[in-house]
Every structure is written in structure tokens, then in C-alpha cells.
Design a protein around this ligand. Structure first.
Ligand code: ZN
Ligand code: ZN
Ligand code: ZN
Ligand code: ZN
Length: 643
């Protein structure tokens, strides 16, 4: 038996299994399978390994596959000492009939539940080798030294390359002299192998300490490259103080309760327990890690900057780029194994809605992890009413991560909205021209009539002249201007004649009272970037206080175009309260402008129905605290950081 194991090793190192399948062929299959589901890729692999189309993998073929898996693990620097027996055990547990061979069903079931087959064959981009730097060209304003040649980055532009993850900085011509490896983001051995024998290590980079205090002697540090900063705990030291500090373990600094230390992640297969997970997460007992998602397209260049900064402050495996990572699923799949974590999504309302919908597709055995929203760009109603502000203005992200940890989980009702149209000829034509309703879920609000018409005009103008709409204030004024121009007034006059609103089975009497030109249905208190349209007033006993998790929607009338323009521009103005209810049906007899969470479109005559679709957990921000104890510590540790 030992001989055959040796054969496997030899054949693996020559890159060809005994079944005659080599790794480059496996990669080839994976390229052809791009965009297919993991199940489909697994099935193609099965047929690739099954020589002669027997319909099963025999002992030799399974042995060759294990050999290739060990080779891939070794190339990722994993501790492979016990990997072969672990894999042999896990693979043969898949043999359901005990004939010493694996059927296609065994193989697919294994890949889905007990062996991370695709990552172990090198077909999962998320476990790519994590030792390489992530270079970014940047301009240094203050004098900065090259970590390789020790000279200043000089010249007109002071350009240099800096690693986003460890902040090692070089001239472009010195790049070849940079150390080959960057930070380790996860442990390469299982818990049995490294338990107790290793304390957390600092990752020191020279320089980048100016203005910070030395962690040992407390004196202020200068620009010298003799000073050191740890990328994990952010401690800065004089070179001469570092020697006395050498035996101090890294405590991961002020963010230790939000940060996943590299030792808390390890290749799941190394503990020998069946799982399809690539990495197992075991955070320290007092740590509730933050899973961050950033939309790099939000808020101009702000999104990309927040993304880089978070990847430096946290473990990069906690931070996902919603565009290049293809959405939130990868991060959610990795973190789904945890009992407790918090989510920070950085972007506008649309980004938050995207994430909440992705979270709906998971089964959460306990409480759903609560979501905080860092508002980037425009359209931040949800963030505003949760207390995260109407727009991020470059505050230190350390403080924001602390506030995520201190926030309170609250429930957010979510509403399913359905449309049905009358089979009328003319309107159907119009529908094709005006686009479809954006999504089937309402998180913030739905509206019909004059304000949606204004929003629609604004969107159309913005598409034509994007440059005119890059300032929040100018947008507000523009909104108010469209309303005041009264151009739209005519289209929405006497709205009540063309629609009925049925709240919890009762038809609202819209003919009484002042004429209305728009109706808004609110889930959250603050919409249109402004104050509450519902405006809770004490002593008003007819209605309950507005609450985003009470299972009730608030229905508000908008008086006219001028009013709607002010409201849509975010100027304080409240509507006329019509109803509070848990189910709404709106029947329209002609085409109307409508909008959901700031996305407007034109909808032909028909029926709109809104009913509750469960709840999400979101995080209300704690009230902003004065910098004391921890805050001051953060400020001083953050000193010298250049972004
Ligand atoms: Zn690096
Ligand atoms: Zn240099
Ligand atoms: Zn450290
Ligand atoms: Zn010192």
C-alpha cells in the first residue's frame, strides 16, 4: 500500500494521474465550464476522470484524484502531512454501496456536502494563493520613503506603488526587490496541528508611522523607515523599541472584536470533518466579525477608496467587492457557517436592497445577521433613518466599524409588490416604452402620481446630462424646481378620479378634503433624502407611531406638484395622513408614474398589490459619542496613516 501511495505522489508531481488525467486538463474543463453551476462542473469532472465511460470511478482513479488534491494543497502552502489519510477517509465515505467505487451520485453528493472537491482541485478562485501583494499606483503628498531602496519618493508627482494589504511602498523600478510574500490571511494548518504552539504574529512594515506614538516608549514617531507599524494591531514602534517588544503577541488592536484574525480561518478539510466548505471560520470567543460589502461604483471614487481602506483595516477575507466578486454570494456563503456576525454594506439604497435579497436566499437557523448601511453616493434613505447619516463624508472607518459593533439590531418589514395590467392595447404599447417595474420588493417606499413623475423626469435628465447631477445640494434644488415649474401638475390633477386605494379591505375616500396629486406608501420614516412625510406628532391618537418593523405601512397624500417637488428634494414637508395598514391594493384606470425606493417608471392601468414578505434584520446606529477612552486610543493609533 505504501508503494501505491508513493506512485500517486510521483504521478502527481509529474502532473499526470495514473488515470491519465492531468491538472492542466482539469483547468481546461473549468474554463469551458465558466458560468456554469458547481454541480455542472462537478459532473463534467466526473466524466473526465471516469476513463472508458464506466459510469463509476474505480479505486485507482479515486487515488489519482486524491493525489492531485494533495498537490494543489501543497501549492497553497497548506499543511499536507495528514491530508492524504483524511481525504482517503472522506472520499471513501462517499461510497454508498460499498463496492469500492464512486458513482456519479456519490460524487455529486460529496461535492455538495462532505468534500470541498472543486477548491481541492484548484478550481475555486476564492482560495487563490494569498501571499502576493496587491499593488496600487499612488501619489504621495508627504515625503515618503521607498521600503526597498530607502530613498525618498521624489520627483514632480511623487509616484510610488503601495500594497493595499500591508502598505509596503516602493518606486516602480524597485518593485522586483520587494519581499515575495504579503500578509497571511488564513492559517495553513488545521486546529490539531497548530493548537497551542503558535501565538498570533504581528506583520511589521517599515515606515508609515509619522505622527503616531510608539507603543512602548509613548514618544511621537517620525517618518524614519527605522520605525515599524503592524498591519493587524496598528501598533507603531521605534526600531530600537521593537527589540524589547519582540515577545509581545499581536492582539489585533482596537478592532479586535470586529476583525477575523488569520488564525481563525483554516482549510476545512484539514480537521477531517465532512464539509463542502473551503475554509472553516472559528472566531475568538469575544469577536463578532464584520462582513463588509462595498459597491466600488457608489459615490464616485469614494466606493473604491472605502473598499481599499477596509481591506487594510480588517482581514481582506472579510471584505468583498460587489462588482469584481460578482455580488454578495461568495461572502455570504463563507460566513453562513457562523452563529454570529454583523454585516456592513457600503453603497446606496439599491446596494442595500441587493444584499437583503441575497440574504433571503439563505436559511438562517438563528437570528438573521443584522445589516448596517454606510451611505455612499445619493439615494440613502434607509441609511439615514437607521442613523448612519445621509452620505459618507470620509470619517475614519475605524470609528464606523466600532459603531457597527455598538449598533442595535432592529427589524425591517419587507413588502412584496405585484402588478397586473389590463389587456388594453394602447397602454401595453406604452408599457413597452417605459420599462418594467424595477423589483418585486419594497424596502423603503412606493409612490404613485406627481412625485414619481418628477423623479422620472429627473432620472431622464440625469441620463442625458450626468455631469449636472453630481452634487447633492444641486439635485435637491433641481427637484424643487421641476415641481415648481408646474409642468407636471396637469398630468396628475384629480388623481382620485383615476384610482382607488384599498387598505386592509376598506376603500379610502379620496374625494373628500383637499385634492391630491400623489400618494406615497411608506415603510421607513425618512424618504426622499428628507424628513418624515408621516411626521409622528404626539397626541395624535388615530395612528400608531411609525415603525419600520411593526408590519404596517403608512399611506400619505401629496398635495400637488410644488409640494411633491419640495418633498422629493428633501426639504422638510409632511403629507396628509390617509391610513396605516398591512395590505394595500391600488386599482388605476390610466397609466401613472410610479416609483419604488427611488426607481421611477411608467406603469399602465391595472392593479398594484402590496403585502408583507417577511422581515430583515438591520442595525440602528448608536448615537454618535464624544471621543473618549477608546475613541482617543483610535485617533492616536491611527496617526500617521496616510489615507
Ligand atoms: Zn503586501
Ligand atoms: Zn526605491
Ligand atoms: Zn500586531
Ligand atoms: Zn519607542
Amino acid at each position: 500500500n505504501s508503494m501505491s501511495a508513493g506512485q500517486h505522489t510521483n504521478s502527481a508531481s509529474s502532473n499526470a494521474g495514473i488515470a491519465g488525467v492531468d491538472l492542466s486538463l482539469v483547468r481546461c474543463v473549468s474554463n469551458l465550464e465558466l458560468g456554469k453551476s458547481p454541480e455542472q462542473t462537478l459532473e463534467s469532472l466526473f466524466h473526465l476522470f471516469d476513463t472508458g465511460d464506466k459510469g463509476y470511478l474505480d479505486a485507482g482513479e479515486v487515488g489519482a484524484i486524491i493525489g492531485q488534491m494533495v498537490q494543489v494543497a501543497a501549492s497553497l502552502d497548506w499543511d499536507t502531512a495528514e491530508l492524504r489519510p483524511i481525504l482517503t477517509d472522506l472520499m471513501w465515505r462517499l461510497d454508498s454501496d460499498g463496492y469500492g467505487r464512486l458513482s456519479l451520485a456519490d460524487w455529486l453528493r460529496g461535492g455538495a456536502s462532505s468534500v470541498p472537491i472543486l477548491p481541492l482541485l484548484g478550481l475555486d478562485a476564492s482560495v487563490k494563493d494569498d501571499s502576493s501583494h496587491e499593488w496600487r499606483l499612488r501619489r504621495f503628498v508627504k515625503g515618503r520613503h521607498c521600503n526597498a531602496c530607502q530613498r525618498q519618493l521624489t520627483g514632480l508627482n511623487k509616484l510610488g506603488l503601495r500594497c493595499v494589504l500591508c502598505r509596503y511602498t516602493v518606486h516602480d523600478k524597485c518593485l522586483v526587490r520587494a519581499p515575495a510574500s504579503c500578509i497571511a490571511t488564513y492559517a495553513k494548518s488545521g486546529p490539531q496541528q497548530h493548537r497551542g504552539c503558535q501565538q498570533p504574529q504581528h506583520h511589521w512594515t517599515e515606515g508609515n508611522c509619522a505622527g503616531a506614538r510608539c507603543g512602548r516608549c509613548r514618544r511621537t514617531l517620525g517618518r524614519s523607515l527605522a520605525n515599524l507599524r503592524c498591519r493587524w494591531c496598528q501598533v507603531c514602534l521605534h526600531g530600537r523599541c521593537a527589540e524589547q517588544w519582540a515577545d509581545q503577541a499581536c492582539d489585533f488592536g482596537p478592532l479586535r472584536q470586529q476583525l477575523l484574525p488569520p488564525g481563525a480561518l483554516y482549510p476545512a478539510v484539514l480537521d477531517g470533518r465532512p464539509t463542502s466548505l473551503t475554509l472553516r471560520l472559528v472566531p475568538p470567543p469575544d469577536c463578532v466579525p464584520v462582513l463588509a460589502f462595498v459597491n466600488p461604483k457608489s459615490g464616485g471614487r469614494q466606493g473604491a477608496r472605502v473598499l481599499r481602506r477596509l481591506r487594510y483595516l480588517l482581514n481582506p477575507r472579510q471584505v468583498y467587492d460587489l462588482i469584481s466578486d460578482g455580488g454578495p454570494m461568495r461572502g455570504l456563503r463563507l460566513f453562513h457557517q457562523l452563529q454570529q456576525f454583523r454585516v456592513l454594506v457600503c453603497g446606496g439604497d439599491g446596494t442595500a436592497g441587493w444584499l437583503l435579497e441575497a440574504m433571503d436566499t439563505f436559511d438562517w437557523p438563528g437570528d438573521r445577521p443584522p445589516v448596517a448601511v454606510l451611505p455612499l453616493g445619493t439615494g440613502n434613505d434607509l441609511a439615514r433613518c437607521l442613523g448612519w447619516g445621509g452620505g459618507y463624508e470620509g470619517e475614519p472607518l475605524e470609528g464606523i466599524l466600532q459603531r457597527v459593533a455598538a449598533g442595535t439590531a432592529v427589524r425591517l418589514d419587507r413588502w412584496r409588490i405585484d402588478f397586473s395590467t389590463e389587456p388594453a392595447g394602447g397602454d401595453a404599447q406604452q408599457a413597452a416604452e417605459s420599462g418594467r417595474p424595477p423589483v418585486g420588493i419594497v424596502n423603503n417606499y412606493f409612490s404613485i402620481g406627481v412625485d414619481a413623475a418628477i423623479a422620472r423626469r429627473w432620472h431622464l435628465s440625469r441620463e442625458r446630462h450626468p455631469k449636472r447631477f453630481n452634487s447633492r445640494l444641486r439635485n435637491k434644488i433641481y427637484y424643487a424646481g421641476i415641481g415648481a415649474s408646474e409642468l407636471l401638475g396637469a398630468t396628475c390633477k384629480n388623481l382620485h378620479r383615476d384610482l382607488d386605494i384599498v387598505c386592509d379591505g376598506c376603500v379610502l375616500n379620496l374625494a373628500d378634503g383637499p385634492p391630491l396629486e400623489g400618494v406615497a406608501v411608506l415603510n421607513i420614516a425618512s424618504v426622499y433624502g428628507g424628513r418624515s412625510l408621516w411626521s409622528d406628532r404626539p397626541g395624535h391618537r388615530q395612528f400608531a407611531r411609525q415603525d419600520m418593523g411593526d408590519g404596517l405601512l403608512e399611506v400619505v397624500a401629496l398635495k400637488g406638484a410644488v409640494h411633491a417637488g419640495l418633498v422629493a428634494g428633501g426639504f422638510p414637508s409632511s403629507g396628509r395622513r390617509l391610513a396605516q395598514c398591512s395590505e394595500i391594493v391600488i386599482r388605476t384606470r390610466r397609466s401613472f408614474a410610479m416609483q419604488i425606493d427611488g426607481e421611477p417608471w411608467q406603469q399602465p392601468a391595472g392593479t398594484v398589490s402590496i403585502c408583507r414578505a417577511g422581515q430583515a434584520a438591520v442595525l440602528a446606529a448608536p448615537p454618535p459619542a464624544r471621543p473618549s477612552g477608546l475613541g482617543r486610543l483610535l485617533c492616536h493609533r491611527g496617526g500617521g496613516s496616510e489615507e
